[in-house]
Ligand binder design. Sequence first.
Ligand SMILES: [Zn+2]
Length: 248
Amino acid sequence: MKYITKYKSPNYNSRNNSRVELIIIHYTALKNTLEAISYLCKKEKKVSSHYLISQNGNVYNLVDDKYRAWHAGQSFWHEITDINSISIGIELDYNPNGKNNKFSIKMIYSLKKLITKLQKNYKINKNGILAHSDIAPFRKKDPGKHFPWQSLSSSNIVMNIKNLKKNEIKIMEKWFNRNNLNSKKQKTILALSLIGYDTREVYKNDKLYKKLISAYKIRYLKREIKIKNKSVYNHLIKHLFNYMLTEN
Ligand SMILES: [Zn+2]
């Protein structure tokens, strides 16, 4: 893993004293690393990221951590909409429709090393490692359905969601009932919202609801061949339970 600092992006501003709490993972959807560097460092593009990782595992530091790089765009997590101020952005040289359409072993190795270092430096919670599609589910898909989240949870970088025992499922059901939530859709939306997702418009807009569910599925359930909404709900109960245990 080479750490390269010779390319710098002008596309950043001040974090306004915000603390780094999140790491956002992206893919570039460009041809290769050179093209990505040129794109992310061009003033007119008005986009950037703190890091870019190439297919051969080189890490390019384009914006200093202390600055607010412009990678998240319109986004939301736990009621916060200025995600750029509280996050570090990592771009991966990956294009689902290009020759660079694999998350190479070297790339993922470097990504894990980088995240581990950042987690330590900024005391970032395991729940703070997010996909761009988590914070902007209505307009973004990256890092996409082939990104190896499993490898990150095996390495203990993101939360490993454990199965619940029968009595734990009952606890969750009781908890929902106490909040007067009866329909699965209501429970699903509440769970997503407590985890951090933007559910502000999904109650009244079914199209957005479906987009949110699909973003969730892509990250957490892609291994199941045919995913029914019931499995999404069951996974969310499990996820929320695990989440509550780690956050408090
Ligand atoms: Zn992105």
